[in-house]
Ligand binder design. Sequence first.
Ligand code: F6R
Length: 623
Amino acid sequence: MCGIVGYVGRAEAAPILLDGLRRLEYRGYDSAGIAIVDGDHVETRKCAGRIADLSKLMAENPAAGHYGISHTRWATHGKPTDQNAHPHFDESGKLALVHNGVIENYQQIKETLLQEHEHHFASETDSEVLAHLVGQIYDDSAVGVLDPRRHKSLLVEALRTALQQVIGTYGIALCHSDIPDFIVGARRGSPLVLGVGKDENFLASDVSAIVAYTRDAVYLNDFDLVAVERDKFEISSLGGERGNHSISKVEFTAEDIKKGDYPHYMLKEIFEQPGSVRDAMRGRLSLEECTAKLGGLNMTAAQLRDVGRVVLTGCGTALHAGMVGEYLIEQLAQIPTEVEFASEFRHRNTPMTRDTLVFAISQSGETADTLGALRESQRKGYRTLGICNNVASTIARESDGGVYMHAGPEIGVAATKSFTSQVVILNLIGLLLGRMRHLSTAEGTRLIEALESLPEKIEEVLKLSDTIKGIATKYAEATGILFFGRQLNFPVALEAALKMKEITYLYAEGHPSAELKHGIIALVKPELPSVFIAPDDAVFSKNLNNIEQVRARKGPIIAVTTESGAVRLKGIADDIILVPDAHDIAMPILTVIPLQLFAYHLAVALGRDVDKPRNLAKSVTVE
Ligand code: F6R
């Protein structure tokens, strides 16, 4: 959700900033811009469109200089136009600022700047108002002969004073043409990381932007300000106290975020699932004790035994994983479990008992709604744990403990491998809580075996990619697609429909199979295929009834099923996607992967931009 990159060092800033923006493009891609200080003035290039458009602009009209800031945008206030693209400038034209987040009281600040200082605004954005406010405060204080040392601290103070007046969220980077080799950053609610190099330093929304240059990072906290020079940096709080932050090693390399031979990140990440699923359970299963070991939960055996209720919260794909988790935890541990939209949880009075354990599920660990839910739950005094992929993320850092996914960077905007990792982890949690109660060693062993056999079975599913491509191409003319499943496969239907909507832009919905006859059947027609997720399990014959109901109304049927299910569906389903047989708890992982591939191949057949679907951005850091 908007990406920021800043650089100060000895190298030319432009190629580093552009390279960083390309790596952050998944965060937003409706406009982009760069500001580089060249001697005594700021050179800026910005445009609506992708980073490729900005690169073209830079190639036609290069900007030279050794420090600067840049931005890739996902519009919140103001349409994606050249004018609204960041960086934005203050009234003097010397201060350039990029911003990720929302300034809620920008109208009020703008009014004051218009009335009291007759400022001129070039865009419709809240961010430009912030640039003007910081610039005005700085200009009021920075009178007299230019003294770089004094003016550096005046610029930091101006930002601090401005941010004290601001209501909202921000990740910010700014520079000023009067103050050489100096950039300033700040964060509240939108991530910002400092990359520490040799004779050069970086600011970025995400380490993936800078990992090619340095793996030493300082993750800023909310209300941190950072003054960055070539060979030093200084962190302070919004209140003015000096910060004391340690440098961490980024756990992945630039190699890990390359697309390799895959045409899209999404396909690469789908194919990474045998490994990511293995990594989600690595070292966490004990065959000896027939349970899971999750030390990161920071809970004693007695505390785990006393959990009386579980709340799982998240958004989008993470919420769907939570819905699988609800079935798993209730089935394995018999603990009443609720799934809450993170965006709703915070604003409603969810009944909680004293023994409620809350999990915030988030790949990025930065989703504003999920972070809000985590904070609200902690404010009420509940133990709130994170299930995150990004280890340095805000949710990972603020939660009372948790379980990392270890899925590696997920760049494709449509989440794939994070879903299967989340489902594995929820299985581990169900197993652990179950074994603290009545779950037998025999059943514990069966569950462990089911989980351990998953990577091999996923490999088998991935071999179906070409077959699935054929099926997807056959349905490229469809007006929409319905997905149906029961029990643990109902959330898979929701997730499959979400993938389909996101990357093909087709109408798609997921439903519990039995809901069909309560209304949805009115939609059934030859142009609208129905996908049934129907492995041969305890509810197979019920699914079969629903499949027959669709068939009787000439709706095309695609079935995701197991071998014995396929025998019974022969002559009934138009297309069959065969997945390996598995324990019920492992099935959602095996049934979702072919549907990720189905959405992917259909999107490619329709000529969609799979990794950058329209209107979307990964990591939604605004509400
Ligand atoms: C769907 C998708 C989104 C995210 C949601 C939560 O493909 O990517 O629905 O799942 O925005 O994101 P995280 O997991 O980062 O909190």
